[in-house]
Design a protein around this ligand. Structure first.
Ligand code: PLP
Ligand code: ZN
Length: 406
């Protein structure tokens, strides 16, 4: 398959055999460029086979057997009760918490770790707010290569650390935030023969673009009016938009969704840039939010994400931690969808934008829930009522359920 890497800033081109993450001339972000006219898809297979990342292998930059634990193929739920509460006609939730490690990061890592092997790299590393490290740990384990992860100390949800540890990664807790950890791991990977698998690595985004393919696929090759998702490093919003663009280029679909990114109020450089019309973001030094997966002050894919949002006619909005936690409960209690706080930002943002009149009530909307509830049990314990402790007899149980008068 023919493809190469191209700088989005200066247009410099790099061969697929190079180990490179950003442009060596201007430090710009790189994109994977294909010759779409040479890609032949089996439309019969596309219409009948179940969705999964590797169903779309002909649109992925990989030539060897993939390192896979059956990622993708996550459910797209039609959410009528939640739609009614928010006041829109047609709402779907794409629950990425149903991936092998419980977040969409698996889609990027199945491709990224396979690419590491293809390039002959024998060790992989990342900085992470948690989910990236969990995903890298399982694909490294499956591939049989060492994994190094750098995490911001004290700011990673319990379930995510548990995964990185159990799957055998070398886990370093940095006295600093995510942005510090990323700067350090980039230095490490430039000094040693270690493959960097943060979302600055363009191959990860290639795996994640399959979310866009799957949504179109699951809607019968129809494109929703809008995609709403949480934004941290802004790789996913970029990747999903690319997926929809490619299906349109290939003539499989005929429109594009409005890409709508949601950030937490305490950590929202993309929202500020969209609202002010600035060409670039201004990094935030001390990002803070209960949604630790999007607690990022200097999103590495900001440039790509700003283009995706603007080009698609989408927007960006911020929500408070309270709004995030309320949306988390709504997803759980109206739809049976258990998500970690960052994921609920999508639904909180949708509600706010509908109330503001920015999103029309007749739009077909897909919210992406990026990670599973069990990733962050500590927050649940803090925001839910505690279990009622009762004596082991039926009177106490009846009293606890019905009160004193029954
Ligand atoms: C990584 C992550 C995000 C943010 O995705 P970006 O690509 O960094 O914007 C959101 N939610 C969860 C649960 C994540 O793990
Ligand atoms: Zn460049």
């Amino acid at each position: 398959m023919y493809y190469y890497l191209k700088c989005i800033e200066c247009g410099a081109e790099y061969s697929k055999d190079e180990v490179i993450y950003t442009c060596s001339k201007c430090d710009g972000l790189l994109d994977v460029i294909y010759d779409y006219s040479s890609i032949e898809l089996d439309m019969e297979k596309l219409k009948t086979e179940c969705p999964s990342v590797w169903k779309y292998a002909k649109l992925l930059p990989i030539e060897r057997e993939p390192v896979t634990i059956r990622e993708g193929g996550t459910p797209l739920y039609k959410c009528d009760r939640l739609a009614e509460k928010i006041g829109i006609k047609e709402l779907y939730v794409k629950h990425e918490g149903m991936n092998p490690t419980g977040s969409f990061k698996d889609r990027g890592m199945t491709v990224g770790v396979t690419k590491a092997l293809e390039l002959g790299m024998k060790t992989v590393a990342c900085a992470s707010t948690g989910n990236t490290s969990a995903a890298l740990a399982i694909y490294g384990a499956k591939a049989g290569i060492p994994v190094i992860v750098l995490l911001p100390a004290g700011k990673v949800a319990l379930g995510k650390i548990a995964q990185a540890l159990m799957h055998g990664a070398k886990v370093l807790s940095i006295r600093g935030n995510f942005d510090d950890a990323l700067a350090l791991v980039r230095t490490l990977c430039s000094q040693e023969k270690i493959y960097l698998l943060n979302s600055i690595n363009p191959y990860r985004l290639e795996g994640q673009k399959t979310i866009g393919f799957e949504i179109a696929d699951q809607l019968g090759f129809r494109v929703p009016d809008r995609i709403v998702l949480p934004v941290g490093n802004a790789g996913n919003i970029t990747a999903i938009y690319k997926g929809f663009r490619e299906f349109k280029i290939l003539g499989i679909t005929d429109s594009l969704p409005k890409m709508t990114g949601i950030q937490a109020e305490g950590s929202c450089p993309i929202v500020k840039a969209i609202k002010s019309g600035a060409p670039e973001i201004t990094p935030e030094d001390n990002p803070e939010t209960v949604a630790t997966a999007i607690r990022i002050g200097n999103p590495v894919n900001a440039k790509k994400a700003l283009s995706a949002i603007r080009e698609s006619g989408g927007t960006a909005e911020s929500v408070t931690d309270e709004e995030i936690l309320e949306a988390q409960k709504d997803l759980a209690r109206l739809e049976g969808i258990g998500v970690e706080p960052a994921s609920a930002a999508s639904v909180a943002g949708l509600r706010k934008l509908v109330e503001m009149g920015v999103i029309g009530r007749d739009e077909t909307v897909v919210c992406i829930t990026t990670g599973h509830l069990l990733k962050d049990p500590q927050t649940v314990i803090e925001v839910c009522e505690e279990p009622t402790v009762v004596d082991a007899n039926i009177e106490s149980i009846r009293k606890a359920i019905f009160g004193n008068n029954k």
